[in-house]
Design a protein around this ligand. Structure first.
Ligand code: ZN
Length: 361
């Protein structure tokens, strides 16, 4: 499990703890801490524990920290979430210091559309809570739109507090050009480190454009913030969909869909099996239909392994665009060679506006 280098660094007088620059976190529920403790345990990796039990889960393992650990209370999620004007719980802030979290995350309420008061209340409280505090900003997506992003940038820069964005959307918050452009602008003009909690593959793009760090959720409910009026639960009897990253497509895809594609492709004599095999440590060359029946942990290990690889590969805006271009090329190949007509996810066009798309909005 490595050494306790992070603890030592954090104790070296810098209350900000270790340098989180370009850290790619895996975000899990606190209850899953035991299973996933080593998941972010690679160079440039870390783990975010989520929910009210996050600190208890972290303190149980405080001595085994070999990589940065964060605790996100996620008080901003769910039907009864408080507004951002709610006071932080002093114990939540203090306890994070006590267990040496890599940085202290605020237990913020939600910042709705145009709710300047909530935004200001969070930043103000965070600024006075200490230099090791990072303000969690759970934002309605309009804050990244043209009129919203300006006051957001102004407030963040004025309070000089590092921030961690949580973007609300029922689908992909970074699936539209306006949201991605707003984020790029914020990252370009922010005077403080900006991180992203509960994000997905776009977190790599955000880092390519200057985000300090990003946390990718292991389940779709931790890959964005659902609006409060959306039913979080599943219809009665429904099976929770499992999503795996198809490496060549750089896309989280329903595993049943992957298996269908593979079944389809095998009807062709000239099938390129390598397109359907995964070479990650967890899969070890097996075809990706295995992801339909593998355990949750094995599925997550595959995803984390692919993300870690992408993290190495995507180091700047050019390599991010290259990675998207390669994935789009692979979508084309599937369509033309194997009649697998999958639509690339909207985030790819949002990050690469010049590619254009016939009817993406
Ligand atoms: Zn794999």
């Amino acid at each position: 499990m490595g050494t306790s280098e992070v603890n030592q660094e954090a104790g070296d007088g810098d209350r900000g703890g270790p340098n989180l620059t370009r850290c790619l976190f895996v975000q899990v529920k606190a209850e899953q801490a035991a299973d996933f403790w080593s998941a972010g345990d690679h160079d440039g990796g870390g783990i975010v524990l989520s929910g009210a039990d996050a600190l208890r889960a972290a303190s149980a393992r405080a001595r085994q920290m070999s990589r940065p650990v964060l605790a996100d209370r996620r008080r901003y999620a769910g039907k009864n979430r408080p507004r951002g004007t709610a006071r932080f719980a002093p114990a939540w802030i203090e306890s994070q210091r006590a267990v040496n979290m890599a940085t202290v995350l605020t237990d913020s309420g939600y910042v709705g559309q145009g709710d300047h008061e909530a935004l200001e209340a969070i930043l103000k409280q965070a600024a006075s809570a200490g230099p090791d505090v990072c303000a969690v900003l759970p934002l309605h997506i309009s804050w990244l739109a043209d009129p919203g992003v300006k006051p957001l940038m102004a407030e963040v820069n004025q309070h000089e507090v590092p921030v961690a964005l949580v973007l609300e959307h029922s689908g992909d918050p970074l699936g539209t050009q306006y949201a991605v452009n707003g984020l790029k602008r914020l990252l370009g003009e922010s005077l403080v480190p900006v991180g992203l909690l509960s994000t997905d593959i776009s977190g790599l793009g955000a880092m390519a454009y200057g985000a300090a760090w990003a946390a990718v959720g292991v389940t779709s409910s931790l890959r964005h913030l659902y609006p409060a009026d959306r039913k979080g639960g599943l219809p009665f009897g429904a099976k929770r969909a499992r999503h795996a990253i198809v490496p060549r497509l750089m896309t989280f895809m329903n595993v049943d869909r992957i298996a269908e594609g593979w079944a389809n492709a095998q009807r062709h004599d000239d099938v390129d099996e390598n397109l359907w095999r995964c070479f990650c440590v967890e899969c070890g060359n097996r075809t990706m239909d295995r992801l339909v029946t593998c355990t949750e942990l094995s599925l997550a290990a595959h995803n984390i392994s692919i993300l870690a690889e992408l993290h190495q590969q995507v180091t700047d805006a050019a390599s991010w665009e290259q990675a998207i271009g390669d994935a789009l090329g692979c979508y084309d190949l599937l369509r033309h060679e194997y009649q697998v007509a999958w639509e690339p996810p909207a985030f790819m066009y949002a990050w690469l506006p010049r590619v254009g798309r016939r009817s993406w909005h």
